[in-house]
Structure formats: C-alpha cells, structure tokens
Design a protein around this ligand. Structure first.
Ligand code: GAP
Length: 510
C-alpha cells in the first residue's frame, strides 16, 4: 500500500498520532494510540518471549535512561557518535552528507532497476543475474555505484570531512530544495541529547539521554552474572527508550528522535564470536519469518563501514515502502565496551571461567532492533486493499490488516446483530464479559454488521463474533475469520478455545 495511505490509516484507526499535534506537532516524535500501543506491546512481548523466556541463559534488565556521564566517554559516544552535517547556503536546509551521497547512489540503482524491468518485459525466459552481468550500461552503472560506495566507506571510517565535502562537489549533488550546489563545509555533529543535573553546575553536571540501551547492560553485566549465577555464554535482554538528535528525521516512525530499542547482549568466550554471529543472524531471521511476513521482504546487508566498537556487523534490512532499509543490527562488539568501562571506572569487569580457571573480559555479540521500525515493518507489509464480494455478491473494496493473530491489537470483536434489542445486547455483553478475561476484546453495536466487520478488518482483528436471535435460543453464535471471511456457527463455550489456539504467542514458536 502507498506510504501516505499507511500514515493516514495509522491516524484514522488510532495507531499513531503526531506528538503535540495541536501545536502543529514536534518533528520526528510520535505517540502511539489505543490500537498502536496494543500492537507495539505485542511485538515487544513476542521479542521478550523469544529472547528471555525461550532461552534459559538469557535474562532481562530494565536499566535507567540516565547513566553516569563517564559511561558515554567510555563507550565512545562523546567522541565518535557523530553524523557528517552539511548546510545548503541558499535553502538554509541541513543534510547528512552521507545520506546525500547514498541518495545519489539510489538514483543510479533506480536506473538499473528500470532497465531490468524493461528487459524482463521483452524476454520470455529472462535471467536477471545474467542480464545484469552482461549488459554494458548496467555494468558501468554498477561500477560507478561500487566506486562511490567504497569512497564513502573510507571517508566515513576515517572521519575525513574534507573528503566528504569533495565527494558532494565531485558528484555535482544539488540541494533537493533550492537546486543549488552552494554548500558549507561538512562538519561532525554529535547525536546525543544532553541535559543538566539540578545540583551540580557547569560541565560536571552534564548528563546525556542514552542513545542506546546497550550501555545499561554492559555496566550491569557482573551484577547480573553474579546474582543469577550464569556461566558463559549468557545474555541480557532489555527493552527501553533511546534518544538521538537525528539531523535527517523523516519517514514517519522510521527515524525518530525518541524511539524504543529491543537489545540483547550475549556474553561469550573470546574467539567464539564468529560462531555466535552466525547463530544470532540465523535466530533473528527466523524470529522475523515466523510472523508470516514474506521472506523476500528481508535481506542481510553486511557492513563495509564498521562502527567504532565492532569487528563484524550485519543489518537485517526490510522492504519498507520507501525501499530496503535497516530494521535490525547484529554486531560483534568484541570486548571494546567492557574494556573501556574497566579503564574509565577502575573496576575489574572480568569473568572467572570455572572450566579453564582463567579470568578474562568476555566478548559480546549484540542483536539490536527498533520496536518502532518493527511496528512500521508489520504495518506496511500487512495492510492491504482487497476486492471482495459484498452481501449482494458485488465487488467491494476492503482494507484489511493481515497480521499474525498473536500480535493483533484486538483478538475478538463481539457484535450484537441489532443495537436496539435489549435481549441481544445484554447477551452480547455477557459474552464480552466472559471473553475479556482471556483476550483483548472489543464490543461494538454501532452501524450495520457489515460495516462493523470492515472496521475490525482495518485494525487486524482475527475474529468477529455475532450474537443473533438464534443465540437466544441455542447459545450458538457466528464466528467470522478475518482473512477467509468464512463464518461458522459455534457454541458460546467453544469461542475461547477457537480464538485461544490462534492468538496464543506460542503459535509463533511451534
Ligand atoms: N546498540 C547498537 C545500536 O544502537 P544501531 O544500529 O545504532 O545500533 C539499532 O541501532 C536499531 O535501533 C536500528 O536497527 C533501528 O531499528 C533502531 N534505530 C536506530 N536509530 C533509530 C531512530 N532514530 N529511530 C527509530 N529507530 C532507530
């Protein structure tokens, strides 16, 4: 579905609202509405269950957002958590220099795709890979992309801002707003938000809002290990808010200034990082695919340009409405963080290995996914417009969210056939009161039943239960399934079993 329609749907059906909308909004911050909070909580529950409940050796943590300021010096965020920033002197708009270059490469990639699509229409048994390898124009374009990509990776790794500026000039990149090439020099811009402790003046009292949840795990790793008597390998999982002063904050909830991360740090024996990197790549991809989202929406993208803490890294990219973009990161962080915290705090952060009788600082394998990006991935891939027959057999359009029942915001809707017949509404209320003990339910008596079905389809409710006059006679109801729209007659006592089997989180693991 078109991206603008998805954003409009999120507002209309109470999934996501612009923050402080009555004041014209605050850019890159969003609020989750009644259906949004349910869906987001279910995504978080699925992640927590997969990480903590399903692994004996992974435990949870909920660390504070504020941490001692030295944390961010040790982690490298004070010195190296920067984006290259450039201003256009005519439009006064600010950009990330690397994003300008990436957008330039994306345009060349779009040209390649256009040529491929054209060729596909011309040949019956079209071999895309062969065509890309042998078509002169495509080969030249791909070489150009590779050359720019390598140059960008080197400039970013070296923190070479003059080279970043030179790339913008050499590629002739113009400001998308003013169309001019009148750029300032490229400068480093630190992404951390800072605030001040009340009782300490000046730089001594400077605090940061955490830009990642991971550091709360690193500084607590020995507390957790000792209190839970874990042996390596073991993991610590955490879900919580993170804050980044993003320069280019756009694309709805994809890039926000306040967002939520679901991170897991896996503490391992040095030398085993390759094995665990491969293990977690596989495990995390399986987690995604079990949600029933088509496999071709995902791909791995190995990093050429490694962050300051990693010896290997890959992204799980997702086919968002605006292209393939990072959804989750899997990073082999070595002992960078723990060693840095040892040095700056003066406290030993070594693990005593009872098998080898050695003390050492463990290596860390990290999986890190944005809860909001996952929300957008689910929303954009499951929201569909379908042509279906209406009550008279004519074609009609319905908007339906075909998401896995286990993460649906509402599991079952209870609908009395008519709202002005007390015997029907009181029976429906009784069914609702019974089912709400087990599931998040909705009672709806307004409008014709067909319209009520459509409203539930639009928020992904897997089941609708209708109470009619036969119900009063024999305690049976019709239960309608969202995707097939099939309706079956069942006993009231059977509803909980039918719904329960489909919406249980465990169905995602079986
Ligand atoms: N601890 C490692 C870490 O923070 P990252 O790749 O910078 O790694 C991890 O972030 C994940 O957090 C990303 O894959 C993305 O899903 C999410 N994320 C990062 N910045 C975000 C932002 N500004 N808005 C929404 N989600 C974001």
């Amino acid at each position: 579905m078109d991206f603008k329609k998805i954003v409009a749907h999120c507002k209309e059906y109470g999934f996501i609202f612009q923050s402080s909308e009555i004041y014209d909004g605050l850019s890159a911050t969003y609020d989750y509405g009644p259906n949004g909070v349910e869906l987001k909580n279910n995504i978080k529950k699925y992640w927590w269950m997969a990480m903590v409940q399903m692994h004996e050796n992974i435990v949870g943590l909920d660390a504070a957002i504020f941490m001692h300021p030295k944390t961010w010096k040790a982690s490298g965020h004070v010195d190296a958590f920067n984006d290259p920033l450039v201003d256009n002197k005519d439009s006064k708009k600010r950009y990330r220099a690397d994003v300008l270059v990436e957008d330039y490469m994306a345009k060349i990639e779009a040209k390649i795709k256009k040529d491929v699509d054209k060729a596909r229409k011309r040949f019956d048994d079209f071999d895309e890979e062969m065509f890309k390898k042998t078509n002169g124009r495509i080969v030249a374009r791909q070489e150009e992309i590779d050359k720019i990509s390598n140059r960008l990776a080197t400039a970013m790794t070296d923190g070479n801002m003059e080279e970043m500026y030179q790339m913008i000039m050499d590629l002739g990149i113009a400001c998308p707003v003013s169309g001019s090439k009148n750029w300032t020099e490229v400068r480093q811009f630190n992404l951390m938000f800072s605030t001040q402790l009340g009782n300490i003046a000046g730089s001594e009292g400077k605090l940061y809002l955490r830009p990642e949840t991971a550091q709360g795990i690193f500084v607590n790793y020995l507390n957790v290990q000792k209190s839970t008597r874990q042996k390596l390998p073991f993991g610590i999982a955490q879900i919580g808010k993170a804050f980044r002063n993003e320069i280019v904050a756009r694309q709805f909830i994809f890039r926000m200034r306040e967002f939520e991360q679901m991170e897991m740090q896996y503490f391992i024996k040095p030398g085993t990082q390759k094995k665990w990197f491969d293990y977690w790549k596989d495990a995390r991809m399986t987690w995604h695919k079990n949600l029933g989202i088509p496999a071709d929406k995902y791909r791995f993208h190995d990093h050429a340009n490694l962050a300051h803490y990693a010896d290997a890294a890959t992204d799980i990219e997702f086919d968002f409405p605006f292209g393939m973009k990072e959804l989750e990161g899997i990073h082999s962080r070595t002992d960078f963080d723990l060693k840095a915290h040892e040095e700056l705090s003066g406290k030993k952060l070594q693990y005593f290995d009872p098998e080898t009788n050695e003390n050492y600082v463990p290596y860390v394998l990290e999986t890190s996914i944005g809860a909001d990006r996952m929300f957008l991935a689910v929303m954009s891939s499951t929201l569909q417009e379908e042509t279906v027959p209406d009550a008279k057999g004519n074609d009609s359009t319905r908007i339906v969210m075909k998401l896995h029942p286990a993460i649906a915001p509402v599991k079952v809707a209870i609908l009395p056939l008519l709202k002005n017949r007390e015997e029907l509404t009181s029976k429906a209320r009784a069914v609702f009161d019974k089912l709400k003990l087990s599931f998040n339910c909705q009672y709806d008596e307004k409008d014709a039943v067909g319209r009520r079905y459509r409203r539930q389809d639009a928020i992904g409710t897997p089941f609708c239960v209708t109470i009619d006059f036969d119900t009063l006679e024999d305690d049976t109801v019709t239960i309608r399934e969202r995707d097939s729209m099939e309706q079956t007659r069942v006993k009231i006592d059977e509803i909980a079993g039918i719904v329960g089997e489909k919406v249980a989180m465990k169905s995602l693991f079986e």
